[in-house]
Design a protein around this ligand. Structure first.
Ligand code: 5AD
Ligand code: SF4
Ligand code: FES
Length: 308
């Protein structure tokens, strides 16, 4: 892409300042199960990765952790997992309603479900749903997702919207076979969908996946996509993602300077934290589960912003 990057970044930053202000929104994430029935080529949680030891948190453990997050003053709890059919719909609605009672916003990130399941979860109190579209190029999508279809992904996103969820889409940057034209497709897709949230991160090759030997996405490409997304969706909530913080020690701060306005401290308890290994080198996994919050506060204040 032949763009003047400095101008692009400062334009995106000024739109972020105008539309979202200087406050950085926190979303505490609990990765409650690393079981997944799918086999996405890029992901360390894919079902064929037999090297990973798997865990599931019980509903009681999840609710206890959500309480601790709420007590720390975090206003949004994100419940994320692989696509794990072990939890029945009534388990999930039970968890959601108990977490909702804590007076927080509840965000789910548990993959593709039926419209009926999404409806019940909404009724139970879920406010938001993260379901990245991963890539808007249908062919690339279908190569990377041997057991999924782009059509169903898109259908899920529109069903979620219709049900009144705030919806989070987003893509990975630097996927094998991904061209600049395909990144423009991502932007056009999001301009049409008008998601309330957009998560963008670099692809990071995982050694125990079929893409082990591929190159990963770069800092510059990822920052460019964040900035363009801010321009196309001025009001969106855009996180500076953990993957961005993984490929560069100041990746998240840099993201926050080119359009991002959200960070998602990893609040998953030990001993599970290192096991939610979507990609290698993931930051924060050996820390105390309460360490990310003060760390992020310090980092955010270090770039002249404040947390909310
Ligand atoms: N590199 C970067 N991001 C990844 N994800 C999964 N695997 C990888 C990887 N190897 C992302 C996907 C998914 C999100 C939870 O994590 O975009 O939606
Ligand atoms: Fe499962 Fe999500 Fe990983 Fe795909 S990206 S294998 S659906 S956890
Ligand atoms: Fe997790 Fe710094 S954000 S330790």
């Amino acid at each position: 892409m032949n763009l003047d990057k400095n101008k692009l970044f400062s334009l995106a930053d000024s739109i972020r300042a105008r539309e979202k202000g200087d406050k950085v929104y926190l979303r505490g994430i609990i990765e409650f199960s690393n079981y997944c029935r799918r086999n996405c080529l890029y992901c360390g949680l894919r079902r064929d990765n037999t090297k990973l030891s798997r865990y599931r948190m019980s509903p009681g453990e999840i609710i206890k952790r959500a309480k601790e997050i709420a007590a720390l003053g975090i206003k949004t709890v994100v419940l994320q997992s692989g696509e794990d059919p072990y939890y029945r719909l009534k388990d999930l609605t039970g968890i959601v309603s108990r977490v909702k009672e804590l007076g927080v916003y509840v965000t789910l990130s548990i993959g593709e479900l039926s419209a009926g399941a999404y409806r019940e979860l909404k009724k139970a109190g879920a406010d938001r749903y993260l379901l990245r579209h991963e890539t808007a190029n249908r062919k690339l999508y279908e190569v990377l997702h041997p057991d999924g279809s782009f059509f169903n992904r898109v259908r899920c996103l529109y069903v979620l919207k219709d049900l009144g969820y705030e919806v989070g889409a987003g893509n990975m940057v630097g996927l094998p076979g991904q061209t600049d034209d395909m990144l423009w497709e991502d932007l056009l897709f999001m301009e049409k969908l008008q998601p309330e949230m957009v998560g963008i991160g670099p692809f990071i090759p995982h050694p125990d996946t079929p893409l082990a030997k591929e190159k990963g996405g770069t800092l510059e490409q990822t920052l460019t996509m964040i900035a363009l997304t801010r321009i196309i969706l001025p009001k969106a909530n855009i996180p500076a993602t953990t993957a961005l913080g993984t490929i560069h020690p100041e990746g998240r701060e840099l993201g926050l300077k080119v359009g991002a306005n959200v960070v998602m401290p990893n609040m998953t308890p030990q001993p599970y934290r290192p096991l939610y290994q979507l990609y290698p080198g993931k930051i924060c996994v050996n820390e105390d589960p309460d360490a990310c919050l003060p760390c992020l506060k310090r980092r955010i204040e270090g770039i002249g912003r404040t947390i909310i």
